[in-house]
Design a protein. Structure first.
Length: 325
């Protein structure tokens, strides 16, 4: 994957964000906070190639003798975490709940084998190759976190305070947000998938839920009184942008509950919500089958299926949409 158009943008003094120039699975935003003595990453890119590029660009900004010595991971999805292997000496900080998501996903080399070994003639194989074939985890070993916490954790990067808040289950079972009060910035992780008229994003995908928990997480983001919000994916937002995202989540929740009450199965509910034209500017509408399926499981009290079962449903819906079904 070429990275020549990818940028590391300064969003406040000594604070930078790695912002992928396009949307799609696995293209997560990351942060870099610098001081004269130490530096912190917030999340990492998905594979060693992208992570190495982010590291090179980070080093070009660091004072002499300073290294990335800590990595805060907002949740256990690989697209925010698997690149940490390029800074092997860094302390990796996650919530205790993040371990559940790390066990839910296949490890990097297993996912790589699944993607490259999948049958491209099947909906799942075609989908995996189209969206994940651009990444390379052939030699990526799982990275083990060093520090786990629940509740709040306060760090400092030079003179800058860094406040970490763990969240109740929302996007995953182990999300956190990173509040940088001196910069009035929050890195939200994937409790926010951003979109603006100038730069439309993708439909969110939520694995843990319920959606009321995702909304509560977004409200927690706003309660920091920050002014700038770096989402897990998509463009940087202001407070109005976060509120617009909350309105989207509430609309999806309302439709999911109404269709559930009418006895409509979850996959069909996702098809109907897509056909109704919810947020037509967003790509990857097939991901609604995950988010609505998650909401149904909370309403029904059922267990989460395995990741391959979930992604097969996503791929089948995507195939139908591409075929005009």
């Amino acid at each position: 994957m070429t990275t020549r158009d990818w940028t590391v943008s300064e969003i406040s003094k000594d604070l930078h964000a790695w912002l992928p120039p396009r949307r799609g699975w696995g293209l997560a935003n990351c942060g870099l906070l610098i001081s004269p003595r130490t530096a912190l990453w917030i999340d990492t890119p998905y594979d060693p190639v992208l992570a190495g590029e982010f590291l090179d660009r980070s080093r070009a900004l660091l004072p002499e003798g300073v290294a990335i010595d800590r990595v805060v991971v907002t949740h256990g999805n690989g697209d925010h975490y698997w690149g940490a292997g390029v800074v092997p000496e860094a302390e990796i900080i996650v919530t205790r709940g993040a371990r559940d998501q790390m066990c839910f996903e296949p490890p990097p080399q297993q996912l790589h084998a699944l993607v490259v070994g999948s049958d491209p003639e099947t909906p799942l194989g075609a989908y995996l190759r189209r969206h994940f074939g651009v990444f390379d985890w052939a030699t990526t070993e799982p990275v083990q976190p060093h520090t786990f916490f629940t509740g709040e954790l306060e760090l400092s990067v030079g003179d800058y305070p860094v406040r970490l808040f763990s969240l109740d289950p929302a996007h995953t079972s182990g999300d956190l947000i990173v509040h940088l009060p001196a910069q009035r910035v929050v890195f939200t992780g994937d409790v926010v998938f951003a979109s603006t008229p100038e730069r439309p994003g993708d439909h969110p995908v939520h694995w843990a839920g319920p959606l009321s928990g995702v909304v509560a997480a977004c409200e927690r983001v706003l309660a920091t009184e920050a002014e700038v919000f770096v989402p897990g994916h998509g463009p940087v937002l202001d407070r109005a942008g976060v509120r617009a995202h909350i309105a989207y989540l509430e609309q999806v929740r309302e439709r999911a509950h109404a269709l559930h009450a009418a006895g409509v199965p979850a996959p069909e509910a996702a098809r109907r919500v897509i056909a109704e034209g919810i947020a037509p500017e967003l790509e990857l509408p097939e991901r609604l089958v995950v988010t609505i399926g998650t909401e149904y499981r909370h309403l029904d009290g059922t267990q989460r299926p395995g990741i391959l079962e979930v992604m097969t449903e996503v791929a089948l819906l995507a195939h139908e949409l591409r075929s005009g079904g």
